[in-house]
Design a binder for this molecule. Structure first.
Ligand code: GDP
Length: 439
């Protein structure tokens, strides 16, 4: 699903991730690539334009967060916008306060109405409801048979009559639901290959006769912008409540999914990803956006970093590192920051590609505790100047932190290595800047 769009967006972020900060130039380039990716995915032109404008505005507004790379920041901005364009919140179907609730299913022929009717019934049954179906697609005998076959599989009754009268079928089915204690009636209506007045008139009449609580418009996502235009036509006549996007298991580019909400201003409520009765999924805009971007949970990671990271403190820290003043007291602050961000395993699991590997490794959440305890047992002087730590001081610290002299030595060794590495990195980046003629 949306493979092409996904890989184009991801390669945009990748090309940004090599850069150290967001600039007007790389924003402009990234935004251009995003717009091209959206248009190639058959997203409505206006929607794509609006989308990229918002992404650009937000990127320009951002302060340079030293804790987040431009690639990550852009991923977050695009993720937020994708979620919005897909509808923001998950939207539920509406049920009547006094049953039975009536759900009317409308759409073109071949869009997947009958299949969806069956899936919805099965889904509602699994939620403890007791649905009945009405076969109001009265013109094609095969349609009624198809519905009956599906209904048999999922063990739900179907109401149908001999007469080819969709309105009467719907009305009688409602009576049937009432007198047989069914709390939901799902009406499968007839579609045509194209929007025509007779079909619209019939759906409108059914609507008037049974006053549905919910009208769902079913549309084949493979038809791209045609799907959006059909939705607009249907909405003008029947003012539906939600969209069902079908055939998302196919090779669909994503245009319908990303445009329909903004063009028609109605939420997507379900997606269908297969012909079998069990592949119905309520639609979650945020999860779909995550899928499109192929992310682990980078989003939460960036959000956490944004919440917890004090920019001023970060800059001070950077300065201490570059001037070789980073000491055990700074190290202690760092550990504290990391701990504030939550469970170590959760944090590591949010990094894409890591979560799978982590399943086999155990990271204890208290892994940092002994280190913290050792540093806390030192005097401020010792933290600033570890050379003071002779054998007797080390014994005191080991006892005070409930560890061993060996653990104290290990920590000091690691810290010395870390400082050495920081020094080398600082030197290298200074050299790099000098070579580029920037400083
Ligand atoms: P209707 O004319 O609107 O009632 O459409 P149908 O329910 O008969 O579906 C038309 C065709 O699309 C059938 O062959 C279905 O099996 C198929 N179909 C429906 N939904 C999906 C879906 O989500 N994925 C795939 N791959 N096929 C589907």
């Amino acid at each position: 699903m949306f493979d092409d769009l996904s890989s184009k967006l991801q390669s945009t972020f990748k090309s940004l991730s090599g850069q150290s900060k967001i600039t007007d130039l790389n924003i402009a380039e990234a935004v251009r690539e995003i717009r091209r990716a959206l248009l190639d995915a058959d997203v409505n032109y206006e929607v794509a334009r609006e989308f990229t404008k918002k992404v650009k505005d937000q990127a320009l507004e951002q302060d340079v967060l030293t804790s987040v790379s431009p690639g990550q920041l852009f991923t977050k901005i695009v993720y937020d916008e994708l979620t919005q364009v897909l509808g923001g919140q998950k939207e539920e179907i509406r049920f009547a306060s006094t049953p039975p609730s009536v759900i009317l299913i409308a759409g073109l022929q071949g869009s997947g109405k009958t299949t969806f009717t069956g899936k919805l019934a099965k889904y509602l049954k699994s939620k403890g409801r007791n649905p009945v179906l009405a076969a109001a697609d009265v013109y094609r005998p095969a349609a009624i048979e198809q519905l009956k076959t599906l209904a048999e599989q999922i063990k739900v009754p179907v109401y149908s009559i001999e007469e080819k009268n969709a309105v009467r079928t719907a009305k009688e089915a409602l009576q049937f639901a009432r007198s047989n204690a069914h709390d939901v009636l799902i009406i499968d209506t007839a579609g045509r290959l194209h929007v025509d007045e007779k079909m619209m008139a019939e759906v409108s009449e059914i609507k008037k006769a049974v006053q549905p609580n919910e009208i769902l418009f079913v549309v084949d996502s493979m038809t791209g912008q045609d799907a959006v235009n059909t939705a607009r036509e249907f909405d003008k006549t029947i003012d539906f409540d939600g969209v069902v996007l079908t055939k998302l298991d196919g090779d669909t580019r994503g245009g319908a999914a990303l445009s329909i909400r903004n063009v028609v201003e109605k939420p997507i409520k379900f997606i269908s990803m297969g012909e079998k009765m069990d592949s119905l999924t309520p639609f979650y805009p945020d999860r779909m956006a995550q899928r499109i971007l192929g992310m682990g949970d980078v989003i939460s990671l960036v959000e956490k970093a944004q919440q917890e990271y004090d920019e001023k403190e970060a800059k001070q820290l950077q300065q201490r590192i570059t001037s070789d003043k980073f000491d055990l007291e700074d190290f202690q602050k760092q550990i504290h920051q990391i701990k504030k961000m939550g469970s170590l395993k959760d944090l590591a699991g949010m990094i894409p590609g890591v979560s799978q590997k982590l399943k086999d490794t155990e990271i204890e959440d208290n892994a940092l505790d002994p280190i913290e305890a050792i540093i806390s047992s030192m005097t401020p002087d010792e933290r600033r100047n570890p050379q003071l730590l002779n054998a007797s001081r080390k014994r005191r610290i080991a006892a005070g932190s409930g560890t061993s002299v060996r653990a104290v030595n290990d920590l000091l060794k690691q810290f010395a290595q870390m400082k050495k590495m920081m020094k080398t990195m600082t030197k290298m980046s200074k050299m790099g800047r000098a070579m580029q003629g920037l400083k």
